[in-house]
Design a protein around this ligand. Sequence first.
Ligand SMILES: C[S@@+](CC[C@H](N)C(=O)[O-])C[C@H]1O[C@@H](n2cnc3c(N)ncnc32)[C@H](O)[C@@H]1O
Length: 343
Amino acid sequence: MRLLVLLSGEHPTLPRSEVLAALEALGVRFKIAEEAEQVLVLEGDFKREEVARLAERVAMAHYFGELCFSCEASHEEVLSSARRADYSFDGSFAVRVHRVRHHAEHLSTERLEREIGAVIASRGKKVNLSAPENLIAGIISERFYLARVLARVDRSAYEERRPHLRPYFRPGVLLPRLARAVVNLTRVRPGERFADPFCGTGGILIEAGLVGAEVYGFDLEEEFLSGAELNLRHYGIERYHLSHGDARTLWERYPEYFHAIACDPPYGISASTKGLSLERLYEESLASIYRMLIPRRYACVLAPSEVDVEGYASSAGFGIEEVHLERVHRSLVRKIVVLRKWR
Ligand SMILES: C[S@@+](CC[C@H](N)C(=O)[O-])C[C@H]1O[C@@H](n2cnc3c(N)ncnc32)[C@H](O)[C@@H]1O
């Protein structure tokens, strides 16, 4: 089957990496067949339950669907491909066409919905625009894609977990969609041990707990640890361990113990680094994180772009897998660095 993923447009590189990492974490074999802006088409022997698990797992995508066809983004090509395609589904349907940014503005989404709908209806399928049993999604990107939606990402669940709605809140916490993407970039599997050595109020731990990992959080502030506990319990996460600890020395307690590690260390206000320079904090923490991680596994570290995470991580022994940049506000660009311990 060819599986189409409509990626969210919230970041230029993270959504694609998150989906590919989640596939790896779930042990799903696939090849990339096609790519366009906000579109990934994957080739593989995908089972229905795997697609459902993927949609539950990722944050930065809208839906996963079975590809009917892809073609040049011209009206004639879309219509002739629609006439040649197979529509082997049961029950009613509706066609919805979505344009990614400004692609192929000569195509009218309403007209395509009507005309593709008429082709499918001519095969004996029943149209139901208000409550269709099958959603047939058209996407206009560099090319045109038509797919039957199999599973949707519940984006509103992430909105409901926004930090200020939690029992314990402090400003400066990652939003849940980014925290979930960071967890996915570590490729952690359900049941495995996941650590955040700078856990604060537990934002990353919540998302790791919700994907089924056993979570370990450490912080220098007792108050944050109590807050993180309230938050984890609030979301029904039971397998958690929270303890006071300095990220720079945790490896002494947990050598090669964790399957995955992610963290969002302080960004520079000296109160938050306990007077230590940002450089020393990152350098010593990355060396510790390397030693805490099981070989061949991944870590994901967030930092202001001017911190040389890549340099400290390489010195510690890590391979640099990916670097994503994100503008947080005018004076802060954050980087999200994915690291792998090869040996
Ligand atoms: C940016 S916050 C983390 C926010 C967290 N992701 C959340 O959801 O609340 C950084 C945290 O690192 C902690 N911290 C600072 N230095 C530390 C160290 N050496 N070891 C462990 N934690 C430290 C701070 O107390 C703070 O809670």
